[in-house]
Design a protein around this ligand. Sequence first.
Ligand code: CTP
Length: 400
Amino acid sequence: MTTGASHVLKKRLLLGITGGIAAYKAAELARLLTQGGIDVQVVMTQSACRFVGPVTFQSLTGNPVYSDLWETNAAQNMAHINLSRTVDMILVAPASADFIAGLAHGLADSLLATLCLARDCSLMIAPAMNRQMWENPATQRNLTMLRLDGIKIIGPASGEQACGEIGIGRMVEASVLAETVQAAFQTSSSLESKNVLVTAGPTFEAIDAVRGITNKSSGKMGYAIAQAAVEANAKVTLVSGPTCLAPPAVDKLIHVVSADDMLHAVQAEISETDIFISVAAVADYRVAKISSRKIKKSDKKFSVELIPNPDILLAVASLPRPPFCVGFAAETEDLEKNAEMKRRKKNLPLLVANLAQDAIGSDESELILLDDTGKHVLPKASKTEQARLLIKHISLLYKR
Ligand code: CTP
């Protein structure tokens, strides 16, 4: 885990640049994408470096630029492997006729070509070439193969070309490409057709017919998260302990009282669940013997035996094929240390930590997200806003 804090996970784009005069337009593209809040990682082919210097892109994106497949430095080799594993999308702009031909045939003769071949994210290309090269049947054949492979082809545009000819083959303008990338990312942060299960609120563990023990929890965060998941087009089931809140428009609402009820409700839904977000403040103990009648008071000391409740999140995360599990930790001290320990103990891809004294009952909170990419701070904001950012973060992690 890295130690440096960052804000909510940024979308990551690998911008591949191949050799062609349109490479100069890629500098403007890198600037627009970076300004638009995208973490841009540039990879250039050797011939692209003849048109524009890597330093230009390094300055514009703030990230090192890679071009050499044979880099021997160990750290950089690792980075090479990770590049295609950690980005959300690859855009090759400009994509030359030669690069397109290699891509269509699965060649891995450059770092960029290798990364395109070894990816598990979507790939878009913006071709740029002389009009005759574009019209050549060989190029068109290659493009047909790329389309069949699910690669999105943007452009080219027509107009005056660098060689002085007029026709189709110019790279689409940087501003249009930047908008296309943003639009594609917008769709990718949706949870369309995903089943999300959220637990919220406290549980109530009866002592007798009228008394019980519970945790301090308003349910606001869990309800806001269920609402944000609905807004992201997920199919949402909310399992709620006792709260005074109006429920969001989820697909299924299940009211429960005790931790045991909550466990059963979750177990009944879990095989259909893609993402499980455990926000509920589940009581860690319950009363060993509940009295069905109201216990009468007396002057004598009174004690109840408490036995541990099942840990619902741990049970779900320990399933042989668990859904993507998100846990919460409200701590009064040593927030990050305790939270990271909980994350590891329960083997969670994501844990959301907050200070109990700040969060409980309040409409605002500061959240710290701990995942395998490090620590991300969501500064104090309304629980509605925090929930939306959290859902975006979850959808990005889930899709990686
Ligand atoms: N949780 C659960 N079932 C329990 C207890 C907790 O599902 N019986 C979930 C909560 O919804 C939350 C996370 O586990 O997502 C909290 O982790 P945990 O270590 O249990 O936190 P605390 O109960 O606060 O633990 P401690 O009292 O030791 O700090």
